[in-house]
Design a protein around this ligand. Structure first.
Ligand code: ADP
Ligand code: MG
Length: 229
């Protein structure tokens, strides 16, 4: 069953009199357990695509379905619920809260839902351990390297046990070696727990790592290929 479906999706932004057609009839279907990359140049529509998949924004045409539900038909509360329970989002610039420690940043994603604080702390610590940050839990973001911050962001996205993780150029601000290790980590989590990953990149070198690549150009999907992985 598909966890994510785009049916002839259009997204037009209006800036005063100017219109930008960021997505022009995108069809895409992502099955549970997939590990898939959207490859495209800057301005091709990657962030727009991920924001629509993440129920952060609505399309101006066509339909986006997450786990069988048409996102645009959901109330604001139902969308918030979808974002906090079903989807994990990893931002290009990490978006960590600078005054909180790594542990507190990850705990925050669970605290939105409520529950016992001791359980929340344990679960957040377990996820940080899993991404290799056991010794850095009490560090604030400014005391972490770029790669470590991105690992915190991955732990935060995964701590709610989402079905679908969206990662917008998760390696763009990292050196090549660190980028490689972040991709390896996501792949491992995909293989171990069956979490579906959809990430965007403009780094051709990372493409060899994934099972399916979708190339987007000027708001249109131009090629889809299965790789040998
Ligand atoms: N909020 C916005 N308002 C107006 N235009 C936007 C907005 N966001 C993106 N765009 C435009 O939509 C196109 C696709 O942008 P984006 O999805 O950010 O591409 P990418 O992530 O691949 O760089 C670009 O032409 C960009 O300038
Ligand atoms: Mg972008």
């Amino acid at each position: 069953m598909s966890i994510l479906e785009f049916n002839r999706v259009e997204k037009e932004y209006r800036l005063g009199e100017t219109r930008v057609r960021a997505l022009r009839g995108v069809d895409l279907s992502v099955d549970k357990g997939e590990f898939i990359a959207v490859l495209g140049a800057s301005g091709s529509g990657k962030t727009t695509l991920l924001n629509l998949a993440g129920a952060i924004d609505d399309p101006t045409g066509g339909a986006v379905l997450v786990n069988g539900q048409t996102v645009a038909n959901l109330s604001d509360d139902a969308k918030a619920e979808l974002r906090s329970r079903t989807i994990g989002y990893i931002f290009q610039t990490f978006n960590l809260v600078s005054v909180l420690t790594a542990l507190e940043n990850v705990m925050l994603a669970l605290q939105i839902r409520g529950g016992r604080i001791a359980d929340i702390r344990n679960e957040a610590a377990r996820r940080l351990d899993e991404v290799g940050l056991a010794d850095f839990m009490h560090h604030r973001p400014d005391k972490l390297s770029g790669g470590q911050r991105q690992r915190v962001a991955i732990a935060r996205a995964l701590v709610t046990n989402p079905l679908l993780v969206l990662a917008d150029e998760p390696t763009a601000n990292l050196d090549h070696e660190t980028a490689q290790s972040i991709i390896d980590l996501m792949k491992e989590l995909n293989e171990k727990d069956g979490v579906t990953f959809l990430f965007s990149t403009h780094d051709q070198r990372l493409i060899s790592q994934v099972k399916r690549v979708v190339r987007i150009d000027d708001g249109k999907i131009v090629t889809e290929m299965k790789t040998a992985n």
